[in-house]
Design a protein. Structure first.
Length: 153
């Protein structure tokens, strides 16, 4: 089955290359203010978003490179499958970030923090982050537990 995705906007960040991006959006301290610039036809879909403190952004990691199903992460000694990691070089390079929403800079331009993608990344979707649904405080991190990124708010 084939299907088509169309960007609803683009993400503006300070990082020009994947190598410059933080491994996790919370690692860049202080967390830079980034922008989400929506295509005009999707502006009506933003109605009501101003009441949320955090959003889920889904984006296409267009500079991720060729998919690799197995590799050794830079901070580990064992080979891992891409689906057991958050590496960008996936069969479908879809990125997901929980971002702090800091309001609108202008109509259709959202100000956000905690991104980890390159400047110009195509935005696929925005969803509100719901702590009652999206957070699982007791979730296991598997092999990544010893490598957890310290929380810096």
């Amino acid at each position: 089955m084939a299907f088509t995705l169309s960007p609803i906007g683009r993400i503006e960040t300070p990082w020009a290359t994947p190598a410059e991006c933080p491994r996790n959006g919370r690692q860049a301290q202080p967390a830079p203010l980034c922008r989400v610039v929506m295509e005009a036809e999707y502006l009506p879909g933003l109605e009501g978003v101003e009441g949320f403190s955090h959003l889920l952004l889904l984006y296409w990691m267009h500079r991720a490179g060729v998919a690799r199903l197995n590799f050794t992460p830079p901070f580990d000694t064992r080979r891992r499958g891409v689906f057991a990691t958050r590496a960008p070089f996936r069969p479908n390079p879809i990125g997901l970030s929980v971002v702090a929403f800091e309001g609108f800079e202008a109509p259709g331009v959202l100000r956000v923090r905690y991104l980890d993608c390159v400047d110009g990344t195509p935005l696929l979707d925005i969803k509100p982050y719901l702590p009652s649904t999206d957070a699982e405080p007791g979730a296991s991190m598997g092999w990544l537990a010893p490598h957890a990124t310290p929380r810096q708010d």
